[in-house]
Design a protein around this ligand. Structure first.
Ligand code: NJP
Length: 235
């Protein structure tokens, strides 16, 4: 088993939803967490709770992405893992998808994941270990009506992570991808915690527990992919 005590983890999208739950759970295991999101206020709140570091940043900006890794290394002197969780989405029939909205979704989900991985890869390679966990989606592997833009971005994000897994394995670096079904978060302007989502959605902590399981795997084991759904979800 890999002990997370004093390991340094970057969590993107840590200000709310799944990323927040991951940051809190990793900190409970003794990890030092670098919390990333654009909105400083929510981020500071999470970082304060876990005595972690808040780094307000837009992952789709290359300078920001490089800076996240540099700040983590400068502040803690090491970097062990990155959870590429930040993502956005909206759902519309293809003919109604605004091209600016298409660009926004791809900029965060695909380019953002690419840029954060690009910033971390040389460091992980050099040290000969490291772990990147990407939060993709069950719709990285299936299509649905109104899902052309979001689904395409999640297929592309999955391809980025899958290629990187093959590039990094010879260097001792793990890349894992999680594919959750519906999760009760603020995603696409949702309001979590309603009585109707209790049975229909996973909780953010369910995904965080999957991240913990993957990170705690023994050094010789890599969990390539992990899919989880609420039991009631039809897919
Ligand atoms: O969404 P939400 P989730 N740079 O909206 C941040 C995937 N997923 O937790 O920047 C940096 O509660 C944002 O903060 P802010 C989904 O695709 C979800 O559900 O201030 N950070 C916030 O902290 C995504 O990859 C479901 O707006 C950026 C966080 O991201 C991941 O789960 C199902 C950013 C989003 O929190 C987490 O989403 C599924 C940027 N450019 C996959 N843009 C689901 N909820 O049902 C956003 O299969 N953030």
């Amino acid at each position: 088993m890999t002990d997370l005590t004093d390991k340094v983890a970057i969590v993107t999208g840590a200000s709310r939803g799944i990323g927040r739950a991951i940051a809190l759970l990793l900190a409970m295991q003794g990890a030092k967490v670098v919390c990333v999101a654009r909105s400083a206020d929510d981020l500071l709140d999470v970082a304060h709770k876990i005595n972690g570091l808040a780094v307000p940043a837009d992952i789709s900006d290359e300078d920001d992405a490089q800076n996240i890794v540099e700040v983590a290394l400068r502040h803690y002197g090491r970097l062990d893992m990155i959870i590429c969780n930040a993502g956005v989405g909206s759902f519309n029939l293809l003919e109604n998808v605004d091209s600016a909205e298409w660009d926004r979704i791809f900029r965060v989900n695909v380019k953002g994941t690419f840029l954060v991985c690009k910033a971390a890869a040389p460091h992980f390679k050099l040290q000969g270990y490291g772990h990147i966990v990407g939060i993709a989606s069950d719709v990285s592997k299936r299509t649905f009506v109104t899902g052309a833009a979001y689904g395409a971005s999640k297929y592309a994000q999955d391809a980025v992570l899958s290629a990187l897994r093959k590039e990094m394995r010879p260097h001792g670096v793990k890349v894992s991808t999680i594919y959750p079904g519906l999760v009760d978060t603020y995603f696409n302007d949702s309001h979590p915690g309603g009585p109707e989502t209790e049975k229909t959605h996973l909780r953010p902590i369910d995904v965080a527990q999957a991240v913990r399981y993957i990170l705690e795997a023994p050094p010789h084991v890599v969990v390539d992919e992990l899919m989880l759904h609420p039991l009631t979800q039809d897919y």
